[in-house]
Design a binder for this molecule. Structure first.
Ligand SMILES: C[S@@+](CC[C@H](N)C(=O)[O-])C[C@H]1O[C@@H](n2cnc3c(N)ncnc32)[C@H](O)[C@@H]1O
Length: 167
């Protein structure tokens, strides 16, 4: 059933075989929506792709809203602002390297970046990527709370064998 909100209607969209859902971010109301996985995902798994309108540097720099802008390579930018069907555009940055769980693998010349699991991800986790310090140069990001980060990291210990246990 449609909720009337196109972004919410992306719930349970299956991309690359992984069930994901767009819903309000754990980072708080002003961070908008976030992307969550509904199933456990192993490290290295490709989850989805960042795609959008392709722009050269001059076009990208002229954009008023750079919120959804990604530099993929020289003279190659992706603006996913209007591409609300692109799930990757909903991935937020929790500003805590210990909690980042995906990375963007840029594909210069192909106009896309793959979203790859940087570590095992539990069902229900919000996806977080490092946007890089330049993205935040003129903005003030919310950080994931210490309590939430501790819960995520504790749960990860249960699925990620410690190095000394692997021998
Ligand atoms: C690529 S969009 C991510 C999806 C966005 N949350 C949405 O609802 O469409 C990037 C924008 O998300 C928000 N955002 C991401 N991480 C955030 C954070 N740590 N604190 C506050 N806002 C954040 C900011 O508005 C940022 O410009």
């Amino acid at each position: 059933m449609s909720s009337g909100d196109p972004a919410t209607d992306l719930q349970s969209t299956n991309v690359a075989g992984v069930e994901m859902e767009v819903r309000p971010s754990l980072l708080g109301e002003d961070a908008g929506k976030g992307l969550f996985v509904l199933q456990a995902v192993p490290a290295g798994q490709v989850l989805c792709e960042y795609r959008g309108k392709l722009l050269c540097t001059a076009e990208a720099m002229r954009l008023e809203d750079k919120s959804y802008l990604m530099r993929v390579g020289p003279q190659e930018y992706i603006d996913a602002r209007e591409d609300i069907e692109v799930l990757a555009r909903f991935i937020n940055d929790c500003r805590n390297p210990a909690v980042h769980n995906v990375r963007f693998e840029k594909r210069p010349g192909e106009g896309r970046a793959l979203v790859v699991a940087a570590r095992p991800i539990r069902a229900g986790e919000e996806l977080f990527v490092d946007y890089g310090k330049w993205y935040w140069a003129s903005l003030r990001p919310n950080r994931i709370s210490v309590k939430q980060a501790a819960e995520i990291l504790k749960a990860l210990e249960e699925i990620e064998p410690q190095a000394d246990e692997q021998e």
